[in-house]
Design a protein around this ligand. Structure first.
Ligand code: ARG
Length: 463
């Protein structure tokens, strides 16, 4: 049995059930690398403050490096340890290396400032991976948008066919969302970049620690300036989980659009076998499981955020053990986003649009009705009246079972008069698309320009 960290005041043993209830090592062992780095920096800071001799510091440093090497080589070492959390695990293992000298390391430090520091360091790595994951997906979407900048597809509002779009334009809508997600992550990571170590349990450390040097050694941009806030603040966790939740909402909406595109009813898109599954019963089925899981996991990440916010609400300053509940939500939410970004990028890279079908479906069903009304407007008809007349023309076309541009001239004349234009050309899907060329529009030229803009953005993100 490892000695409890607080032996002196206590006579009794921990209840076995409580001990396992209290234990976080199962989910905080992933902070090991950061805990060792933080401890090495703390030992150096203690030596500079005159608490450790140079020899003691070097011996502790050697011991900590050995702990990390051993635990990395044998992941079961932490799993099998009876230690309460990663911090006590590292201290126990250090004792195995350097004996009682290990007891000097915790001078002036608390697990409260320790865990806040470890967590920020760990999240800075994980957050960087999320930013890279978003960039990867953006790259995949932009590449596909370049190939499909001129490919027509029906656009929907209320899930009713509305006006033609280019596939590239639809893809770049998600690029806009993901770029905002990236911005939110980068922003949260920047705000998180402050080192709490040296805040002690709640009131600051009583030893002359150079906190700025300590922060710099650990790679932080700044130090925290209020010890009470520093040990109890989990804003960074909430901010990252919110950024992750909103990114998941975007991925979920994308998944829904593509699940629909891949139905036999729409038939716009074929998903690769690599990201679909079959049915155990129905031999003909091909199911979009990857996208459905992305859509489904969105709820779970939002739940992680919700859970953490409710945990924090009403917590008195400073540290409370409730805060140990931050980690599972945080890791689950961020790991989930990371996995979803990856599988979505694979889905995008391997999908194939059916160009003939997309074009054919965008070219029928009166998606050009607005453009007929606009032609009337060009003849001086007020838009409201043009709308009314075009609506009647649509009714005539429905009755005859033809498209607007196929209406016999004498029938069209009853609602629209003589428009004196080549209606087939003016209402063709390519003309309809080409007209929407102003900034933000769906025309192939505009989308091609937006693709170039996004390529520049991607290059600037890389540097
Ligand atoms: N395992 C704890 C956590 O994750 C570490 C801090 C414990 N501090 C304490 N005073 N019991 O929050």
């Amino acid at each position: 049995m490892t000695p409890a960290l607080w032996g002196g005041r206590f006579e009794g043993e921990l209840d076995a059930h409580f001990a396992s209830f209290n234990r976080s090592l199962g989910f905080d062992a992933r902070l090991l690398e950061q805990d060792v780095a933080g401890s090495r920096a703390w030992a150096a800071a203690l030596a500079r403050a005159g608490v450790l001799t140079a020899d003691e510091r070097d011996e502790i440093d050697r011991g900590l490096r050995a702990v990390l090497d051993q635990a990395s080589a044998r992941p079961d070492m932490a799993a099998n340890s009876p230690a309460e959390d990663v911090h006590s695990f590292v201290e126990d293992a250090l004792r195995g290396q350097v004996g009682e000298l290990a007891g000097k390391l915790h001078t002036g430090r608390s697990r409260n400032d320790q865990v806040a520091t470890d967590l920020r360091m760990h999240l800075s790595v994980l957050g960087g991976e999320l930013v890279a994951g978003v960039e990867h997906l953006v790259e995949a979407l932009v590449e596909l948008a370049e190939e499909t900048a001129a490919l027509p597809i029906p656009g929907y509002t209320h899930l009713q066919r509305a006006q033609p779009l280019t596939v590239g334009h639809h893809l770049l809508a998600y690029v806009e969302m993901l770029s905002r997600d990236r911005g939110r992550l980068v922003d949260a990571l920047e705000r998180m970049d402050e080192c709490p170590l040296g805040s002690g349990a709640l009131a600051g450390t009583a030893f002359p620690i150079d906190r700025e040097a300590l922060a710099a050694r650990l790679g932080f941009a700044r130090v925290t300036h209020n010890s009470l806030d520093a040990v109890s603040d989990r804003d960074f966790a909430c901010e990252l989980l919110f950024a992750a939740s909103l990114a998941m909402v975007h991925l979920s909406r994308f998944a829904e659009d593509w699940i629909f595109f891949a139905t036999q009813e729409a038939g716009f898109l074929t998903l690769s076998d690599a990201v679909a599954t079959g049915s155990s019963l129905m031999p003909q089925k091909k199911n979009p499981d990857a996208l459905e899981l992305v859509r489904g996991k969105c709820g779970r990440v939002i739940g992680d955020l919700q859970g953490l916010l409710v945990t924090l609400k009403g917590l008195p300053l400073a540290y409370d053990k409730d805060l140990q509940e931050d980690k599972e939500a945080l890791f689950d939410g961020l790991d989930t986003l990371r996995a979803c970004l990856r599988v979505t990028a694979t889905t995008v890279r391997s999908a194939r649009f059916d160009a003939d079908r997309c074009r054919a479906e965008a070219s029928r069903g009166y998606l050009n009705a607005t453009d007929l009304a606009d032609l009337l407007v060009a003849h001086g008809v007020p838009f409201r009246e043009a709308h009314e007349r075009t609506g009647k023309a649509v009714r005539d076309a429905l009755e005859l079972g033809v498209e607007l541009e196929e209406l016999p001239a004498h029938v069209l004349a009853t609602t629209c008069g003589d428009l004196e234009v080549d209606l087939a050309a003016e209402l063709s899907v390519d003309r309809v698309l080409a007209r929407r060329a102003s900034i933000g529009g769906t025309s192939p030229d505009r989308v091609a320009r937006e693709v170039e803009r996004w390529k520049d953005r991607l290059a600037s993100w890389e540097s």
